[in-house]
Structures are given as C-alpha cells and as structure tokens.
Design a protein around this ligand. Sequence first.
Ligand code: UTP
Length: 290
Amino acid sequence: MQIRKAVFPVGGLGTRFLPATKALPKEMLPIVDKPLIQYAVEEARAAGIEEFIFVTGRGKTAIEDHFDHSYELEDLLSSRDKDQALAQIRDSVPPAGQVAYTRQQEPLGLGHAVWCARNLIGDEPFAVLLADDLILGEDPCLRQMVEAAGETGGNVVAVMDVPREHTGRYGVLDVGADDGRLAEVRGLVEKPDPAEAPSTLSVIGRYILVPEVFDYLSQMERGAGGEIQLTDAMAKLIGDHPFYGLRFTGTRFDCGDKLGFLKATVAFGLARDDLQEGLGAFLEDLVAGR
Ligand code: UTP
C-alpha cells in the first residue's frame, strides 16, 4: 500500500502552553534548534510521503514562512560562507507544488481539522501527524506504520501503553487479537475514565486512515469536550475495514504539555553529538546540587 499524502493539523490554540503560544504557533516551538513541525515533516518524508497538507488557522503564518525560501537569509549565509547552515535551511523547504495549506476557520476539534483536508486527500489512504507528539528513535514512527499498513491494509494507528490513571488524556483501544506488535482494534473510546477504559493501550498522534473516514467526519457529531473527535469517526470504521494499533519502537514525548516538552528538550539534546557532553555534565551537576 502506498501512502502519498500526509495531513498536519496545526489549527489548535495551544492553550496549555500560554503565554508562549499567544503569537507563536505551538508547532513552531523548537526542540533544541528545530521547530516541532519540521521534525514531523522530516518523519513524513522519511516514510515516503510526497504531498504535505497543513490545516492551519489564524496566527499560523510562521509555519508557511518556515517551509518557504528566505532569499535574504540565504544570500547572507552564502556571502559569509556558512555552507552548512545554508544547506540546512534549503533542505527544509519541500519541493514546489508538494505543499498545500488550507484553513480550519474555527478550532472545532481534531476530527474537524482532518475533515478540512478532504478535498486535498481525495479517495486514497493517507497519514495524519500531530507535530506536538514527538518521537525519538532510530526508525521513524510513520515509516514503521506504512510498513505495517502494507501488511494489514486499512487503518493503522500508533499506540503505546500508558499508566491507567492517564487514560482520560487519550483515545483508548478495546483490543482483539494481539501478537505483541500489532493489536487488532475491536473498539475505540476517546478519553475514558480510568475505571471504564477497555485497556491502557492508547493512540498517539500518528494515523494511517482510509478515505471513508471523511464520510463519518462529515456528520459533524460532537464528542468528548464538545469537539468533533477523530476517534469517534475512526471507531465507525471498525468492522468495515482492517484496523490495527502498532506498538512502534521509539520514545514519544507530548510536547503540547510543558513537562513533556522539557523532557523532549533534554532527551533530544542528549541524543545530539554536539551537545551530549556539555548537557550531560550540566545535568549531573544539577542533580548533585553542585
Ligand atoms: P490538542 O488537543 O493538543 O489541542 O490538539 P491544542 O488546541 O493544540 O492545544 P491545547 O490543548 O489547547 O493546549 C491536538 C492536535 O490537533 C490539532 C492541534 O493543532 C494539535 O496538533 N487541532 C486541535 C487542530 O488542528 N484543530 C483543532 O480544532 C483542535
């Protein structure tokens, strides 16, 4: 199965990260030296994605500028022989004609944001990546999912076990057959109370979906929190299409949350050759109270 298109919903308000996100889109917050959205785009590219569809909102123009050329800056870097920096910023611009932007005029929920991309997706399976879920690992998460979807067909969501007291933050799976890597999805519940959660296997922000999901999203049913939930539309696909949760390899950080963001900054900093030593020594001193 070939997955050519990916949707990046970036229309959320990022209220958990105010005041930083008042004028700056949450997805432009940097981890070390790269904005969250660039990590997501690079992951999609590594998975073979050819078309990048951003569902934006008001105040998100910095994202469009980030994925465009900045001739003044490129000229300046070139004249100062800063070749590495120049190559880096040129590399981050996707090929012309392979990026599309559409606006979610009102932030009515993730399901609504994905629905806004329906005409750009058309009638083929597609990926959705939430940039605030950042994954550190050797093998890009979406690449693992594309491979899994090649085996199963239909829908594949990235899943991980969470502490039972956290199920209220996630879409949670009712699990059928399970081989330890791929778990068949028998049911899906958005943000269940820990006592009622069918399992602790929870969906994170990576999805491969069949286009039929748009039929259900277009019903505009409000779910948890009064929002149009992607989970509710996905749940309606169960039974009609193969549906699996993939336990991916890698460590996921919720960068829409302050603690998750700080953890990601440390983990990604420590994973960098140029920062590992200095950051590691600083952290050791800090913990030792030196
Ligand atoms: P979140 O649940 O993190 O919501 O959205 P949020 O508004 O971005 O942040 P908080 O909770 O207020 O701090 C998950 C993903 O869905 C997108 C967000 O941009 C994020 O990538 N989203 C959410 C939309 O694109 N539109 C929406 O209406 C809601």
